[in-house]
Write a protein that binds this ligand. Structure first.
Ligand SMILES: [Fe+2]
Ligand SMILES: [Fe+2]
Length: 293
């Protein structure tokens, strides 16, 4: 693989932090099966990560020393490893985004827009829900928890869906996405455990996390779709072939990675839900062995 893997920190957590240092120099412009539609679909996702993952880190950091969890040694170690993994993901996606920028795709602008959307959304939600006793910390953490459920679910689909895997024709890019997908599932319970530890499991916490999933998914769908269309249009590739590729491998009932997420996404609405109920242990073990991680 085109990366120098370095495990930087085990720190007693249940998962390590891996520094990957991918070299994106030789990644082709349309690295995903030569398809502009599929490549820009993934680039639009990648554009969300630098600001998105910084938001996840900040949200968890803001409450990690809350009295309810500050003495939970294992959770504190998991939080440190979670922050480490997300920081490494950001580093690699920034590297890939810069390489896409070199081909003239304006990903830097999309990264900035992602940050604006997140900041606008979290501040507006805090104002709207202040009268019912919801704090900025709670808004941020439930947004993070919802988006972490999304990332873990799309990640596990990526590791399961053979149609998508067949299209990941560039080795550097496929390894980056598989590595990220594995780690999203390794740390999928951390933000959730912090949320439950700090805000409990009562009716208010339940309604808050369910409501935040709906709001986060609606926003994510609109923003990511807008990014895809913008990348395609700027690239003069907004055509039927590109849209068909995105539909078949994103949204079609038989092959779509997004449609494949339905059951696991809905599991979040169960009152006793916990991310570890969705068992990905052997899936991850297989993939870690395959990638030599
Ligand atoms: Fe991540
Ligand atoms: Fe994550």
């Amino acid at each position: 693989m085109n990366a120098k893997v370095k495990i930087t920190n085990r720190a007693g957590a249940s998962f390590p932090v891996r520094r990957m240092n991918f070299n994106f120099e030789n990644v082709p412009e349309y690295w995903m099966n030569g398809s502009a539609g599929l490549t820009h679909f993934m680039t639009a996702l990648s554009a969300l990560f630098p600001a998105g993952e910084q938001f996840f880190i900040d949200s968890v950091r803001a409450v990690r020393y809350h009295p309810a969890i500050k003495d939970n040694e294992l959770l504190q170690k998991e939080i440190s490893a979670f922050i480490g993994q997300e920081a490494m993901h950001t580093q690699e996606h920034v590297g890939f985004n810069a390489s896409a920028q070199k081909y003239g795709h304006d990903v830097a602008c999309l990264e900035q827009q992602t940050d604006k959307v997140i900041q606008g959304f979290r501040k507006t939600a805090a104002i709207l829900f202040k009268p019912v006793g919801v704090t900025q910390e709670m808004i941020d953490l439930m947004g993070t928890t919802a988006l972490e459920h999304f990332t873990a679910t799309i990640a596990s689909q990526l590791l399961i869906n053979r149609h998508i895997q067949e299209l990941m024709t560039d080795e550097t890019m496929s390894t980056m996405w598989y590595w990220h997908a594995i780690e999203e599932n390794e740390h999928k319970a951390v933000a959730y455990d912090v949320f439950e530890g700090v805000f409990g499991t009562g009716v208010k916490a339940y309604l808050a996390r369910c409501g935040s999933l709906i709001a986060a998914m609606a926003t994510l769908f609109v923003v990511q779709s807008y990014f895809v269309l913008r990348l395609l249009k700027q690239d003069n590739q907004l055509n039927l072939k590109a849209l068909k590729d995105i539909y078949v491998y994103g949204y079609s009932p038989s092959k779509g990675i997004i449609t494949g997420m339905g059951r696991e996404m809905l599991a979040y609405f169960k009152p006793g839900f916990h991310p570890n109920h969705l068992d990905t242990v052997s899936l991850l073990a297989n993939w870690k062995a395959k990638l030599g991680l």
